[in-house]
Write a protein that binds this ligand. Structure first.
Ligand code: AN0
Ligand code: CP
Length: 315
């Protein structure tokens, strides 16, 4: 594996999950594999889990890390080709990516969707231009349309907590006051589609995800109907895809509560975090023993560790 830009870059999801679970039992087993290698981590947006878990994963493989908040510490980047750079942008991606490649052996990047320009977001301008102009492998730490390190951590968590061979997994939209990206929902959907699972998505009118992602996955407008017999309920807000970047409703009728989970198969609750309590999900769900959110966060380390290990092994 050269780059890890989407969950589809993994040669085999089941094998990656199995390898992550092996690493989890003995995290320092390969602590020499990254000797004298450097991972550059560039953040255009905030992070708690991604930053610390990826850095921890690197440490456990013996990789050095260099971390930079690109949004306020680096020169503003120009991405247009052939432009006369007379405006606010001081440095072209061509030089920036090539320069980072001089100091690092792998570069990981977080660059969220603008949520103002759908076409531009879908070109994955930042991630794809780094991949184009860097001479080193690129890892996606959440781009405009994908969050594959989260999806792999979620696959690991589902594997650990599945009590039946073919669990029912529900991805449900939940309310949020601000417009949030589609990246987490997209990558979770692409990941679960690869599992041996019954998978459905529930969301209100106006919140259908990109049909190129959902494909033939059943879409429910009735949340409680979707929840019937569920083994895992994954809550996430996303803004409207069709009315791009808009928040169409802020009422709490889609908030996840313990009451709504009554007709599930004692469903485990999942969320990528950060989560707004009693907006997205009620305290009684988040604080219940069925909540896997902290375990998901823990598994971010082993998700990143598998990805970095595979990239290093690729040479
Ligand atoms: C981001 C999102 O929804 O994509 C990051 C989640 C990992 N969430 C927020 O901005 C609150
Ligand atoms: N889940 C996740 O990616 O969290 P951070 O935004 O804190 O990195």
């Amino acid at each position: 594996m050269k780059n890890y830009l989407t969950i589809d870059d993994l040669p085999n999801l089941d094998n990656a999950v199995a390898e992550a679970l092996t690493l989890k039992k003995d995290p320092y087993k390969y602590n020499n594999i990254g000797k004298n290698k450097t991972l550059g981590m560039l953040f255009f947006n905030p992070s708690l889990r991604t930053r610390l878990s990826t850095q921890k994963a690197a440490q456990q493989l013996g990789i050095h890390t260099m971390i930079m908040n690109f949004s306020n510490e680096a020169w503003a980047l120009e991405f247009e080709d052939g432009t006369e750079m007379s405006g606010l942008r001081s440095e072209h991606i061509k030089e920036a990516a090539a320069v980072v490649s001089q100091y690092c052996d792998i570069v990981a990047i977080r660059a969220f969707a603008s949520l103002t320009d759908k076409e531009s977001d879908e070109t994955e301008k930042v991630m794809h231009n780094f991949a184009k102009y860097a001479s080193i492998p690129v890892v996606n730490m959440e781009s405009a349309t994908a969050h594959p390190l989260q999806a792999l951590a979620d696959a690991i968590t589902i594997k650990e907590h599945s009590t039946i061979k073919r669990p029912k997994i529900v991805l449900t939209w939940a309310p949020h006051p601000k417009a949030l990206p589609h990246a987490v929902a997209n990558s979770f959907t692409r990941m679960v589609q690869k599992l041996d699972a019954e998978f459905v998505i529930a969301h209100p009118d106006g919140y259908t995800l990109d049909p190129k992602i959902t494909k033939s996955t059943p879409l429910y407008r009735n949340q409680e109907e979707a929840f019937e017999g569920a083994d895992f309920v994954y809550a996430k807000n996303w803004c409207s895809y069709t009315d791009y970047g808009k928040v169409l409703r802020t009422d709490n009728s889609w908030m996840l509560t313990a009451e709504k989970l009554k007709n599930t198969n004692h469903a485990k609750f999942m969320h990528c975090l950060p989560v707004r309590r009693n907006i997205v999900v009620s305290d009684d769900v988040l604080d219940s023993p069925n909540s896997l959110v902290i375990e998901q966060a823990n598994n971010r380390t082993f998700s990143a560790q598998v990805v970095l290990k595979k990239i290093i092994e690729n040479g």
